[in-house]
Design a protein around this ligand. Sequence first.
Ligand code: FMN
Ligand code: SF4
Length: 519
Amino acid sequence: MTARVFISRDAGALAVGADQVARALFKAVGTRNLDVDIIRTGSRGMYWLEPLVEIERPEGRVGYGPVKASDIDGLLDAGMLEGAKHQLYLGLVEDIPFFKRQTRLTFKNCGIIDPRSLEDYQAHGGYQGLKKAIEIGPAATVEEVVNSGLRGRGGAGFPTGIKWRTVLQTPPQQKYIVCNADEGDSGTFADRMIMEGDPFVLIEGMTIAGIAVGATYGYVYIRSEYPQAIEAMEIAIKLAREGGMLGPNVAGSDYAYDMEVRVGAGAYVCGEETSLLESLEGKRGEVRAKPPLPAHIGLFGQPTVINNVLSLATVPIIMSDGATFYRDFGMGRSRGTMPIQLAGNIKHGGLFETAFGISLGELVDDVGGGTRSGRPVRAVQVGGPLGAYFPRELFDTPFDYEAFTARDGLIGHGGIVVFDDTVDMARQARFAMEFCAIESCGKCTPCRIGSARGVELVDRIVADEDREENIIVLEDLCNTMKFGSLCALGGFTPYPVMSALTHFPEDFGAKKKRLEAAE
Ligand SMILES: Cc1cc2nc3c(=O)[nH]c(=O)nc-3n(C[C@H](O)[C@H](O)[C@H](O)COP(=O)(O)O)c2cc1C
Ligand code: SF4
């Protein structure tokens, strides 16, 4: 019987040698004349175990990792193909605690299926959501997404169904679906993992969106730093088209929908939706004033749904398993699951999908296992470069949009970057201002000029030049940026700066008392 072996070709696995391992295995099974089928999948998201080699056994997939090419002969000698014990033996992959305690809905098939096989996707429940959407039609599909409680996973958390309803209600004309795969937030990689590990789920989600709002064409805007994701999406789009799942008669229906990949040119601000549309139109990535909303006047002046990869990739399971099934997970107004990305100085970094409501402390200390350096965790930044720094005292905050907002933070795209006690929070505050100055599109003054002045102010504070006065000026500047900026780049940069100043005043040389008195 042919043994089936699975090795990821996800960029995170390739970076630590997955290709070399696959080649070594290929060579060894040739030399030994073994009957082995090597299937390249996406990653399970347990990056500290990559390259992870999985063997299909009657009881499930047995894992070995992290494997080096030089380990292959020893593993084969020890009986890896029969699931035998070895020092790299991990047991059943789905029993590894990090994996077992997750609720995988959006990532249901990631790391399991062959991302270059439409048949494999369909064999794992793929395209059932689309089937349902075709059956019930556009209006009912939109209402299903509204009822699921799904909110945009790109950062702002706007209800996806409401956005779709707005586009559905615009008069019939050329409409577009745009998928935001710019994924610029620090410590985030969930969009990339989906595109590399389960690209058909994104294509299915975009196709459902197209049918729901009456859009016949879509674009996936992928950052240029993601060559593997670009390749995976292009291959999958071609296969979907050949399989009749894209084109003039989607899945044999009367609905037409097709799509293509567009590659970004490397600006953080091109992830902002209106700037992204400018870029897609071939212009410089500069933010547009709102209104009009992209739902009314979007790409090429036409009504456009623009959603993050995760928002769109979650739609198929909502359609196949029902809005109620999905909304039963979560807390408050944060319904369903969130693919959380653990990064930075963390022992067990990776993708952890779970229902909203888990506490920040549980994620960092229990799931992530604390720092990789072994030193105490001092701060975490949640929600990308515009997210607040939280100290340990705020680790009881549940992962929930409103709970984070109440503590002057944001969950953004679900990235958590961990820092140990060697971090200098004044440097981090300076970095936030510097990042904003470099990435600013330059359209509005608070951001363009404010961020440059912010860098200078942090420098003066750290150099002990009129420290108290300059801290007051910095606070004032942050307020101007927060309330006067046109988009969230300038508007949210104050969050990392002010949270660093509020929670870690000792790094700025200020007396803690002054800030406590101000509260
Ligand atoms: C500076 C900036 C960068 C952004 N980068 C991204 C990004 O990389 N990916 C993303 O999906 N959304 C990003 N957003 C949010 C988008 O503007 C928009 O809210 C999102 O694409 C809408 O999709 P959603 O409702 O599915 O989240 C960014 C916003 C700002 C202000
Ligand atoms: S806040 Fe910054 S990035 Fe946003 S529109 Fe203004 S200048 Fe451009």
